[in-house]
Design a protein around this ligand. Structure first.
Ligand SMILES: *Cc1c(COP(=O)(O)O)cnc(C)c1O
Length: 385
């Protein structure tokens, strides 16, 4: 069997059609979109088309899309940008304890700059109760940022309800939708979003390009100053090929959703059900309100890193905790925030499926994981106590 890639939450391969769509912008339409002559106008036209496509898929308006250098930058721009812009109004920010580091560490940095933050805890399924958000709002709250789909344990947060509360209280709401854009239907107006982040490499587009939806009327400070690109909100010559790739990948993901997502969901459930039969296994994340491609379990008496290395030897690419925390001995902040003990959180395994995952691959993983778990437990002194 070939190698099996089951880490689509970390990144995805670029679709061949997306590469095709990008190539002309490297070869022919290579102009600077700010230039007045024909090369520049052609690049500007390609950029406009990509922006229109992106906006259409999200239910946004043309001018409400800011292209960025990825999901982390979109999160930083949303949070720092609105915090600075509104600092005369208040200094309090609300977020959750299970956010991606791009949000968590940005909010923590703002704390060093005189802002105050509340990090809301989640229940044992990794869910945030909108009532907690309501209770946390203060007179001086200026921003609520809560992710849509959790990249580690897959729970889908009630962001629409939180957005309603934010609007009622006159507080801005941002969501990191990097894990859901491309797999769940997103309509920013229907969902009531003020700001929403996405990243192309999570839906079969290129790395290093993302976007922030910013509702008309929401004002923010730039992170990067210089030229007037992106309506003065993000200086720097636009990466036109990458932006074309983002729009193409987004449009294709949107078109194939009804065909692809039910099949991924079916395979996910098969995988989850099979892994659950391993003794002393805990399923992490909400059973139903869950990303269609996410499987996350903890095996007691197992160390995640050794599990990953053993699976890698069997040709399976998986993840334990988030990429940023691997290499350190601290277990995932997400699993700890759900109330798991250090000991059990250490034995976590995340498998995330993709549009090309097959039933055979799932079956191979279901053969290998129990074997590896058994072997590691046999060697573990804890297991025999
Ligand atoms: C991957 C990811 C990010 C970061 O996006 P980059 O494009 O890699 O910077 C942010 N938030 C979530 C939930 C992610 O999964």
């Amino acid at each position: 069997m070939d190698r099996i890639y089951m880490d689509h939450a970390a990144t995805t391969p670029v679709r061949p059609e997306v590469i095709e769509a990008m190539l002309p912008a490297y070869k022919e339409t290579f102009g600077n979109a700010s230039s007045v002559y024909s090369w520049g106008r052609e690049a500007q036209k390609a950029l406009d088309d990509a922006r229109a496509k992106t906006a259409a898929v999200l239910g946004a308006e043309f001018n409400e899309i800011i292209f960025t250098g990825g999901g982390s930058e979109a999160d930083n721009l949303a949070i720092k940008g609105t915090a600075w812009k509104n600092r005369h109004k208040g200094k309090h920010i609300i977020t959750s304890a299970v956010e991606h580091h791009a949000v968590l560490d940005t909010v923590k940095w703002l704390e060093t700059q005189g802002f105050e933050a509340t990090f809301l805890s989640v229940d044992e399924d990794g869910m945030l109760d909108p009532q907690q958000v309501r209770d946390a709002i203060r007179e001086d709250t200026i921003l609520i940022t809560v992710m849509h789909g959790n990249n580690e344990m897959g729970s889908i947060m009630p962001v629409e309800e939180i957005a309603d509360i934010a609007r009622e209280k006159g507080v801005l709401f941002h969501t990191d939708a990097v894990q859901t854009v491309g797999s769940l239907p997103i309509d920013v107006k229907e969902m009531g979003m003020d700001m929403l982040s996405l990243s192309a490499h999570k839906f079969y587009g290129p790395k290093g390009v993302g976007a922030l939806y910013v509702r008309k009327g929401v004002r923010l400070d730039s992170l990067i100053h210089g030229g007037a690109q992106e309506r003065n909100r993000r200086a720097g010559t636009e990466d036109v090929p990458a932006i074309i790739g983002l729009a193409e990948a987004l449009e294709r993901a949107d078109e194939e959703r009804d065909k692809v997502i039910p099949e991924i969901t079916r395979l996910r459930d098969r995988l989850l059900k099979g892994l659950e039969t391993i003794p002393e296994t805990r399923v992490n994340g909400h059973r139903k309100k869950r990303l269609p491609n996410n499987v996350n379990v903890c095996f007691r008496y197992i160390e995640g890193e050794s599990l990953l290395l053993n699976l890698d030897m069997m040709g399976i690419a998986a993840s334990s905790g988030s990429a940023c925390t691997s290499g350190s001995l601290e277990p995932s902040h997400v699993l700890l925030a759900m109330g798991l003990s250090h000991e059990i959180a250490h034995g976590s395994l995340r498998l995330t499926l993709g549009r090309e995952t097959t039933e055979n691959e799932v079956d191979y993983v279901l053969e290998q994981v129990p074997a590896v778990v058994n072997r590691l437990r046999e060697m573990s002194p804890l297991y025999h106590q």
